[in-house]
Design a protein around this ligand. Structure first.
Ligand SMILES: Cc1cc2nc3c(=O)[nH]c(=O)nc-3n(C[C@H](O)[C@H](O)[C@H](O)COP(=O)(O)OP(=O)(O)OC[C@H]3O[C@@H](n4cnc5c(N)ncnc54)[C@H](O)[C@@H]3O)c2cc1C
Length: 340
């Protein structure tokens, strides 16, 4: 069966299997991304629990269709002509509670702002850095999001993931998640981050609140939050900051079509209103070229550009496919040992 027929068959089966579930068909991704760029995808399913989500994944797998997982869409760039793909949004996966051991359990769709606020209300410190990052738990774990000296890897104790090749849920301890700078083993796209457990430190709620307020004020002062973007366009190179190099190269304000290196923060690419996918990609390529010519530094994109095989692919994504397979195999061996 051709891919497009298999996708249609999967959509049909999922509609029959989960008739009450929210399913948006031929939906423009510009409505679901902070860049406000992106054409239609075939469907976006919004399951309200992990069981429905797992049923969707089984139907997709039976038809040989790989799902695309969507959090808040704050770190992705989708082509204007759209993609013939099946998207699963974690928007409704919002369960969150304090465990008896004092850790926080949060499902993938919980926004980082909500998670940080919940931690603050429970007198738990460690997530202040994340309170202004506009993504979800799932998206942030995938790329080990970070800010102001903190990273997800500092606060995650374990990640519950649905590993698609097995269609099974595994709870991977943080040390098996391959967290590194803006990287985790989940980047290969073969597993859904369903939930995570966060281990934090006791703290004074007022002090935690004050720290969050301070960091968010700094964010508002420095970042172009009034224009659509996907956050920092490039990862930090080994030496220094991408924004400083871009600035030194004289590229602040440089634009291609409606895409512009932000005047306010040279590390951000903003959509001034009419930016297309091609504009952003051309701009990123030019910035990368000029910085490489001037400073011999190769900038890797932090924004995840789709489809992956087209442009500026980060080698780390290729490596993560091997790493996650190894981590799951180790978990299985351990579980078999514990069962015996
Ligand atoms: C104004 C602004 C400021 C930002 N500031 C920061 C910052 O300070 N620090 C920082 O690190 N980032 C920052 N970002 C980038 C972005 O918010 C983070 O990368 C965030 O973690 C992305 O989460 P998301 O839910 O939006 O993911 P999405 O953009 O929806 O997805 C990103 C990737 O994760 C995958 N994904 C999403 N959810 C899941 C899941 N449950 N399971 C498996 N894969 C999944 C997607 O397929 C995609 O590959 C900023 C962005 C903006 C627009």
């Amino acid at each position: 069966m051709r891919y497009s027929e298999a996708l249609e068959q999967a959509v049909k089966e999922i509609k029959e299997d989960l008739p009450g579930m929210k399913l948006l068909e031929n939906e423009p991704m510009s409505e679901h991304t902070s860049f406000k760029i992106g054409g239609s995808v075939r469907a976006i399913a919004v399951p309200s629990d992990i069981f429905s989500l797992s049923r969707i994944c089984v139907r997709l797998q039976m038809n040989g269709v790989a799902p695309f997982f969507l959090g808040n869409g704050t770190n992705i760039l989708i082509p204007d002509e759209g993609l013939n793909i099946f998207v699963i949004s974690t928007e409704k996966l919002q369960k969150m509670f304090l465990q008896e051991d004092g850790c926080i359990y949060a499902e993938a769709g919980v926004p980082l702002g909500t998670l940080s606020q919940f931690a603050q209300q429970n007198g738990l410190s460690g997530l202040e850095f994340a309170s202004g990052i506009p993504g979800t738990v799932g998206g942030a774990i995938l790329m080990n999001a970070g800010a102001y000296g903190g990273e997800m890897k500092d606060v995650v104790r374990s990640v519950v993931s649905l590993y698609l090749p097995d269609q099974a849920l595994y709870e991977l301890p943080a040390e098996k998640c391959g967290f590194a700078y803006r990287h985790s083993i989940f980047e290969d796209g073969r597993s859904l981050i369903a939930a995570a457990v966060f281990q934090l430190q006791p703290g004074n709620p007022e002090e935690i609140q004050a720290k969050m307020r301070d960091l968010n004020t700094r964010r508002r002062e420095k970042q172009p939050l009034n224009l659509p973007s996907a956050g920092s366009a490039f990862k930090r190179p080994a030496d220094g900051h991408a924004s400083a190099l871009i600035d030194k190269a004289g590229l602040r304000g440089f634009s291609v079509g409606g895409a512009q290196v932000s005047e306010k923060h040279a590390g951000f690419v903003v959509n001034t209103g009419t930016a297309t996918y091609e504009d952003v990609v051309a701009l990123l390529k030019e910035v990368r070229k000029v910085v490489q010519e001037k400073f011999h530094v190769v900038l890797d994109p932090e924004i995840r550009i789709y489809p992956h095989n087209m442009v500026l692919l980060d080698d780390a994504i290729n490596q993560s496919a091997k790493d996650i397979h190894k981590a799951v195999e180790e978990m299985k061996t351990r579980m078999r040992g514990e069962d015996a």
